[in-house]
Design a protein around this ligand. Sequence first.
Ligand code: NAD
Ligand code: UD1
Length: 392
Amino acid sequence: MNCTYRLANKVELADQSSPYRPEQPWFLPPHRRIETIYEAIADGVTCEGGRMILITGGAGYIGAHVALQWLGNGEDVVILDNLCNSQRAAIERISTLAGKRPEFIQGDVRNRRLLDNLLRDYPIDAVVHCAGLKAVGESVREPLRYFDTNVGGSLTLCQAMAQAGVFHLVFSSSATVYGDCATLPINENCATGQPTNPYGMSKLMSENIMKSVASSDPRWSIGLLRYFNPIGAHPSGLLGEAPTSTPNNLLPYLLEVASGQRAQLSVFGNDYPTPDGTGIRDYLHVVDLALGHVCALGALRDRHGVSIWNLGTGRGYSVLEVVSAFEQVTGIKIPLRIEARRPGDIARCWADPQKALEELGWQASRSLHSMLADAWRWQCNQLGQVDVRQAN
Ligand code: NAD
Ligand code: UD1
């Protein structure tokens, strides 16, 4: 299958040429935010009448972007989310951007009865499984909750799908399953490592469950998408990552420093064997990542068994390079403090994305600058909305 895509901003976005003004983070007037309509079309992924795609965790950061892509293609979408790390407002935003409403069920992916009813009541023929918990530190403190949600959720979902005769599944996995891979770039044949935390273990366990399930019945067609480091936000500034507590990951923390919510960014180690001593990662735009799901499901319709695809750009940036690019994009100086290495971190990690290109026709095309500009627009819009609520 050849999955090409094009994106069109139907209505004027914020004036992207105007400089970002930290003193006016709400520079995007609300009426223009709301009127922004986004359209994404994936040629070659046809919409057959009557079918629907179930997206678990579809109110979350990645799931919402995935849902938007499908709705933009004219497909019908059901979102199942218990909102433990997201808000109902995300559903409204998806609807505004897509010009079409997803069905929304607030519920838990571990609830077998709910899944059985859902798969019976809607004409679902494929599932994208994004629901899960993702904070590495929290997973160390609460391993049982992580195994229960991430592994238990995958297990219950596969059971319900098998019973309902739905055999197409795309799973949100992570490059964390490779551990500290000796060879770079990392391709899908690299052995999976020994994850050092329950979050990573839960992803590997879910992958293994899905592999076993697929070998037991040839009707299964499962795509394990190993994400590298998704960052950025929808270019409208309406959808993005909204951490509910202190962010652990680089970009959400950086955004809070830039907007004055935190004093400085801690750089975890500058003594790694990298050109500037800081850790290198493969950051990819969340919109590119979402398009990867559309392409993967399109390809799965002609495949059986398990297929594994890395979703990354193939290019790594160090922490200091990301900070410097952010300063260029926004004009905001980021105060830094060099600290000790974070336990469990690796020095370098970037993808070989060739398999996804060859088999899916997918390639991440958005630059680091657009990831950072879009993330900053989302951050500014959020602050603007908080401000409006306070004024009311
Ligand atoms: P997120 O927390 O924003 O989204 C996850 C969504 O799942 C949330 O809306 C949450 O409310 C929902 N959820 C959690 N437990 C649930 C349950 N038991 N039943 C129903 N809904 C539930 O996280 P995200 O960044 O969008 O990540 C989506 C998936 O991608 C996760 O599985 C995550 O592990 C995986 N992933 C994320 C990254 C990343 O950097 N964000 C990297 C690799 C893999
Ligand atoms: C982390 C998780 C990984 C998960 C991924 C995406 C750990 C050890 N790994 O990966 O399991 O799949 O997020 O959710 O948590 N950094 C700083 N200062 C900060 C934050 C990060 O210097 O405040 C550095 C890190 O040391 C690293 C880089 O920035 O070099 C990226 O970190 P992060 O965004 O947390 O992603 P990963 O560590 O790649």
